[in-house]
Design a protein around this ligand. Structure first.
Ligand code: PMV
Length: 355
């Protein structure tokens, strides 16, 4: 599908009245990380990525749209997070509306009030841009559906993913449950840079019911935004190698997911996580996302794994927090161990699952 197919072309359309739409969308955690985007292109990733959508960790967004006065053509947006007005969110959302108005011309008739809340604690350090941008994109598609009653579900989701991508790259993966791929990869049929697709191949049952326990080590907002981090990949001395490695890792992961080798899976996702951090540590300027307690957790997990022979592995996002992944069959013992041996390193623990 080309990007042109996402234009809303009709000249004559009419919603003609005010309305409200509400959608929810989950956060996601990447196994193979998206890091870096093409220069001079809008939100096109340097490499393909794959993530799990996270159950229990989501954003609910209510989008109230009301007709703009003809004389006042400038878009007005108000944003409320958990009932509190957030003027600081407006520039990013205005930019998002500006980008997508090209594809959703009907938006130009309205002003908006966005009321949103996250099920995970605010300022927990979990990136909310994926769930919030995808929830907003789904709301916008609900408006489009009012104009085009024949809109097919498949197109609805593809375009929602396409729009979400223009808000925040990783958000395009949050449109679907399960394993989701974004970015063109030669071994994954249908994968492309414009929108995400559900992972299309066979997945061993061990990977279909996974627990994801999120250890919040640091609640402070990140010192470096991911948008800046992506840019730093453009002149990064190790970028070429990283891209080769991400490509190979995707091929390896396809066969791991099929045969169900949890140890191989775990080693691959830990390597990916550390590679992401290595990239930011060797950027110019350089940054360090990990905190002492991140390292304490990683070493403790490694020790526990050797002693207990349990299948527990970590991945990291662009920050200090740790995601622990393990099969549901091991949940009782592992969760007990997490609370007894890791809790002291954390500000909070959030229990989630890959769904
Ligand atoms: O969606 P962005 O622009 O916030 O980038 C997210 C990048 C990572 O979370 C670090 C990796 C990923 O693929 O989600």
């Amino acid at each position: 599908m080309k990007r042109n197919c996402f234009f809303y072309r009709k000249k004559k359309y009419s919603i003609g009245q005010n309305g409200v739409v509400t959608r929810k969308s989950h956060s996601n955690i990447a196994l193979i990380k998206y890091w870096g985007k093409h220069k001079n292109k809008i939100q096109i990733p340097l490499n393909s990525s794959i993530s799990y959508s996270l159950g229990g960790v989501y954003t609910v967004t209510r989008l109230i749209y009301y007709l703009r006065e003809k004389k006042k053509r400038n878009l007005s947006i108000k944003v409320f997070l958990s009932g509190k007005e957030k003027t600081s969110f407006i520039p990013k959302i205005l930019e998002f509306f500006h980008r997508i108005s090209f594809y959703c011309s009907y938006l130009r008739d309205f002003n908006f009030i966005i009321k949103t809340y996250n099920t995970f604690p605010h300022s927990s350090g979990i990136a909310s841009s994926a769930s919030s941008m995808s929830a907003l994109a789904l709301c916008i598609m609900e408006i489009e559906k009012k104009l085009v009653s024949s809109l097919k579900e498949d197109f609805f989701l593809k375009k929602a993913s396409f729009l979400a991508r223009l808000g925040s790259g990783s958000a395009c993966r949050s449109i679907y449950p399960g394993l989701v791929v974004w970015g063109c990869h030669q071994s994954i049929k249908g994968s492309n840079d414009l929108y995400a697709i559900p992972y299309p191949y066979k997945v061993h049952s061990i990977f279909t019911k996974m627990v994801n326990t999120i250890l919040i080590i640091d609640e402070e907002p990140k010192k470096i935004l991911s948008s800046k981090g992506h840019q730093l990949m453009n002149n990064h001395p190790y970028a070429r190698e990283r891209l080769k490695c991400a490509n190979k890792n995707m091929d390896r992961l396809i066969s791991i997911l099929k045969i169900g080798d949890f140890q191989e899976f775990g080693e691959l996702i830990e390597h990916e996580a550390l590679t992401l951090h290595a990239m930011i540590m060797t950027s110019r300027p350089y940054f360090l996302w990990m905190k002492p307690n991140t390292l304490n957790v990683l070493y403790t997990v490694w020790d526990f794994r050797i002693q207990s022979k349990k299948n527990i592995y970590f991945t990291l996002d662009a920050g200090a927090n740790v995601h622990l992944l393990y099969p549901i069959q091991e949940k009782k013992i592992i969760l007990k161990w997490i609370y007894s041996d890791l809790f002291s390193y954390c500000k909070k623990i959030i229990e989630s699952f890959c769904y």
